[in-house]
Design a protein around this ligand. Structure first.
Ligand code: 5AD
Ligand code: SF4
Length: 458
């Protein structure tokens, strides 16, 4: 019996890539195990976005080394694999396969070579391929959400970011193939879909030239789908028809993640973001003018080379102007191959730490204020899990807010229930169920049971 164990780090793209890799391995006759000791093949799907991620990978590989001699094979996948390439074989000679995400469509062939005893298999792509990894064999390990990659790679080249180097050039899938996948997901009983891409706004159907907003609307019309989410948007290519589509179509969720990165136009210029503070705020104004209450979230980097106190202050005022429902704040970290690596990392670590703390504290304060609007509201929540110790149920609103609530009987994961909000926390809402839960379809329950034995990758 061929067995494998997979460990996944990084963004939702990576988590979903692992679902596709697992599906491919199952298709090739492998069985997934939950204990690495039982695995013939150990795969490690890596992330290299920040914080010397490659060092952590080598540290983990060293731990793997202890398992050498047991006849195990090791494969490194994902962004660190693409970034470090064959250097991984030098530093960790017991690794037999190194493959970046742009090569996964060749996995069956790479696996055959691995089984034939090859020990230096590479799947590396330096922004060459035009192909995407479309597969019907996806292990849908998330119990309530079906992911679909609509565009792979990135052509934006923000000066701090490794992604254009690790995930290859931008390539969109045809909308026919995306819609076929959405229908398969709906038939499996899922009611929620998340469309994924490093920059979904640059999506364009290679054959019909359908735009992202048009694709979004078409996915929203798939029978049985109640919630459609998407991530990540880039302000440069974010168009008003996306807001119009959300306004027009109830199945599209009231949430847009629109990373700003900085509130200072001069920092944005150094980051090569290709927009100004005013350009960004104009897009925010479109979403605020919508009929629906569209929730906004963002990513912010503090301590980018040259960021002055005044620049940072502009990020702080932007927070108050936009009124985000959540932000993900990061300290700038220099990344290999990126243009910013040649700039002096001028902001001392201590200042980065302080700015991040000030940013997060201010956001917490603002969130406490504008979450207040939800007190007393009733909202539809999709159940995502149970906290048995406290008898609480956890789920999400269409705005992607976490809602914890009590309920007489535990509603199943994937069901919908109306919850009245009774308490506001800085990053979550608390309430009580006021309706019966909907029943998830037998297909979804069967799918969940199938995956219950392996950990979800997303
Ligand atoms: N340093 C700090 N944060 C980064 N991000 C991307 N690259 C870096 C980096 N070199 C952040 C950005 C991005 C999020 C996914 O990670 O905010 O939107
Ligand atoms: Fe990490 Fe970026 Fe790769 Fe996602 S695309 S795994 S965030 S480096």
């Amino acid at each position: 019996m061929k067995t494998f164990y997979i460990e996944t780090f990084g963004c939702q793209m990576n988590a979903h890539d692992s679902e596709k890799v697992v599906g491919t391995l199952l298709r090739e006759g492998y069985e997934q195990v939950i204990d690495e000791a039982d695995a013939g093949l150990i795969l490690y799907n890596t992330c290299s976005i920040r914080d010397k991620a490659e060092q952590k990978v080598f540290h983990r590989l060293n731990e793997y080394k202890r398992m050498q001699g047991e006849g195990k094979k090791f494969a490194v996948l994902g962004c660190v694999a693409q970034q470090e390439g064959e250097k991984i074989f030098e530093k960790a000679p017991y690794v037999s396969m190194v493959a970046g995400s742009a090569s996964y469509r060749n996995l069956p062939d790479m696996l055959a070579r691995l089984e034939a005893g090859e020990t230096r298999i590479t799947g590396l792509d330096d922004r060459q391929t035009d192909e995407t990894f479309d597969t019907e064999f996806t292990a849908r390990t998330n119990p309530h959400r079906g992911y679909i990659t609509i565009i792979e790679g990135c052509d934006k080249f923000c000066s701090y970011c490794v992604v254009p180097y690790t995930r290859g050039k931008e390539r969109s899938r045809t909308s026919a193939s995306v819609l076929a996948e959405a229908q398969r997901i709906a038939q499996s009983g899922f009611t929620e879909i998340q469309l994924l891409g490093q920059n979904v706004n640059s999506y364009v159907d290679p054959s019909s030239k359908r735009s992202f907003a048009e694709l979004l609307a078409a996915v929203g019309e798939v029978n049985g789908i109640k919630r459609v989410r998407f991530t990540t948007s880039h302000p440069r290519q974010f168009t008003k028809d996306i807001v119009d589509a959300i306004d027009a179509m109830p199945a599209l969720c009231d949430h847009i993640h629109l990373p700003v990165q900085s509130g200072s136009t001069s920092v944005l210029k150094a980051m090569q973001r290709e927009y100004t503070r005013e350009w960004y705020l104009e897009r925010i104004a479109w979403t605020k003018a919508a009929k629906r209450d569209i929730s906004l979230t963002s990513d912010i980097i503090v301590g980018f080379p040259g960021e002055t106190d005044k620049d940072f202050e502009e990020t702080m005022t932007l927070l108050a102007d936009v009124k985000y429902d959540a932000i993900f704040g990061f300290k700038y970290s220099p990344r290999p191959n990126t243009p910013a690596i040649h700039m002096v990392d001028s902001i001392p670590e201590q200042v980065k730490i302080e700015r991040l703390a000030i940013l997060n504290a201010r956001q917490r304060e603002l969130q406490r204020e504008h979450y207040g609007r939800h007190l007393g509201q009733t909202m539809e929540v999709m159940v995502e899990g149970h906290n048995n110790s406290r008898g609480q149920v956890t789920g999400r609103s269409t705005q992607n807010k976490t809602v914890n609530f009590t309920c007489d009987t535990l509603p199943p994961v994937g069901s919908y229930i109306d919850v009245r909000i009774t308490q506001i926390f800085p990053s979550s809402l608390v309430g009580e169920a006021i309706s019966a839960a909907s029943a998830p379809s037998p297909a979804l329950l069967a799918q969940q049971a199938l995956n219950a034995r392996v950990p979800a990758t997303a």
